[in-house]
Design a protein around this ligand. Structure first.
Ligand code: ATP
Length: 325
């Protein structure tokens, strides 16, 4: 459904100088540097997948989404989505995709949300019956009814984001690009948005490319993860594979009767220590949890032990470290 091959995109950025002398010089002679936002990027995505597109700040995620949605033209490479080249066949192509940029709005700020929806219906030429059915479903599932007649500027971030997602789906797209759809949302709204994304994927078979820094989004939604750094694809695989590759670490929290000196457990890294509690990270590939508990019970009077798998956030940090990005 989506085939990206050798995509490269660079930006020419003017160097900014400080000081009056340099600023005066810059009036006549401006120096530029080149930022390689995408560097020979290739991947493919099958129909019906939810793919988590992750990477640190500045990795090139938004640039990829902009190229895939036809907003940016790459310097080199090809991108074929449902048979279209996004930046060449824009008019026909955009009918098949929905795009949500969490940091930017596609709605008209001063008009009621429902008016924005109707404008979008006209732009995409959505047949009346289809528009009505989609609108009813979106109002119900995203719970828009109490604020759909308000202008966008009066909405809270969570309300606006739900409207943005609805706006991107009014024309029944087959592919949805979501760039940080849960940014700034409270816990309840995040869960509601995640649930909705999962539902449209399952029930409407919408293929979803999700860019986010929230690893709970990835964990809740994406089976497959594409990791990019410095414009290059660094990892393409199942989330579970990542877990088994880096997830051999467990965090063990131990409560014990007051103990004045820090305990030392071979094979475990002490993350924090107080006279009553310590937290340690254990690589279970090197030392088993039961060995650690035996060592602990020889040194302290144990009150409670909690063992947790390494959170996905830490696994991703480890991955970023491994790839030096
Ligand atoms: N219009 C532009 N002009 C100049 N440089 C740009 C432009 N857009 C992006 N860049 C640069 O390209 C690189 C990739 O940016 P991009 O926005 O794609 O990263 P990102 O992975 O989405 O980052 P973030 O997680 O911070 O949103 C960055 O170094 C950025 O400064």
């Amino acid at each position: 459904m989506i085939a990206v091959e050798g995509l490269s995109k660079s930006f020419k950025v003017a160097k900014r100088s400080t000081g009056l002398r340099q600023a005066t010089k810059a009036l006549f002679f401006r120096e530029h540097t080149t930022v390689n936002a995408l560097n020979d990027l290739s991947f493919s995505i099958n129909p019906g997948e939810i793919v988590g597109y992750i990477g640190p700040n500045g990795a090139g995620k938004s640039t990829t989404i902009k190229v895939m949605s036809g907003i940016l033209v790459p310097d080199r490479g090809t991108c074929t989505i449902m048979g279209y080249t996004p930046w060449k066949d824009r008019v026909a192509y955009v009918k098949n995709i929905g795009v949500v940029f969490g940091q930017r709005s596609q709605l008209w700020w001063d008009v009621p949300v429902i008016d924005s929806f109707e404008l979008l219906r006209d732009i995409y030429k959505v047949p009346d019956k289809e528009y009505k059915a989609n609108l009813d479903l979106l109002i119900e599932t995203l719970e828009l009814s109490t604020f759909i007649k308000l202008p966008v500027r009066q909405l809270s971030l969570g309300q606006r984001m739900r409207c943005e997602i609805a706006a991107s789906l009014l024309h029944s797209p087959k592919i949805l690009f979501l760039d940080e759809p849960t940014i700034g949302l409270d816990a309840v709204s995040k869960i509601a948005v995640r649930k909705f994304i999962k539902t449209i994927n399952l029930e409407k078979d919408v293929t979803i490319i999700l860019t986010t820094h929230d690893m709970f989004d990835i964990e809740a939604l994406a089976d497959r993860v594409l990791l990019i750094g410095k414009g290059k694809l660094l990892y393409d695989g199942r989330l579970n594979e990542l877990r088994s590759r880096f997830g051999s670490h467990k965090t063990i929290t131990v409560d014990y009767r007051v103990m004045e000196k820090p305990i030392a457990i071979s094979g475990a890294e002490l993350l924090s220590w107080t006279p009553e509690r310590c937290v340690m990270s254990v690589d279970t590939g090197k030392v088993t949890v039961s060995e650690v508990i035996t060592q602990l019970s020889n040194q302290v009077d144990l009150l409670d032990v909690a063992i947790e798998a390494r959170p996905i956030e830490e696994i991703i940090v480890q991955l970023y470290k491994e790839y030096q990005i």
